[in-house]
Design a protein around this ligand. Structure first.
Ligand code: THU
Length: 127
């Protein structure tokens, strides 16, 4: 799947975000090695620390479906140009990287930016 389409799915997912506290909706779309895709949005809680980020929500669906290898993940917030994954999500993304790593795709105005997970989380913890 083209990365533009992946970003479109992340944008769609952001519309379902439940973010009444931060008012910061986020959507994510994971592309697996085998071409399957999974979307997620952030969902918050009145007990703030229970918030789940969009990326980890999408990855949870991927895991539930039996998939383990992320080729790319697109992340989007309507509230921020180039919305980047938080540190916790970087660690979780890295856990499921392919041998070629993971492309992390963000949107800056009308263009996509592509980062490698290993540049966003160098020397990350892996058992
Ligand atoms: N958020 C994400 O969904 N992904 C990130 O990588 C950064 C932060 C969410 C969590 C919270 O609901 C809101 O954005 C503000 O932090």
């Amino acid at each position: 799947m083209e990365y533009e389409k992946l970003m479109e799915k992340a944008i769609e997912a952001s519309k379902n975000a439940y973010s009444p506290y931060s008012k910061f909706p986020v959507g994510a779309c994971v592309l697996c090695e085998n071409g399957k895709i999974y979307t997620g949005c952030n969902f918050e809680n009145s007990s703030y620390g229970l918030t789940i980020c969009a990326e980890r929500n999408a990855i949870g669906s991927m895991i539930t479906d039996g998939e383990r290898k992320i080729k790319a993940i697109a992340i989007y917030s309507p509230n921020m140009k180039n919305c980047m994954p938080c540190g916790a999500c970087r660690q979780v993304i890295k856990e499921f990287q392919t041998d070629e790593g993971v492309d992390v795709i963000t949107k800056f105005e009308n263009e996509l930016k592509i980062y490698k997970i290993n540049e966003l989380l160098p020397e990350g913890f892996i058992l």
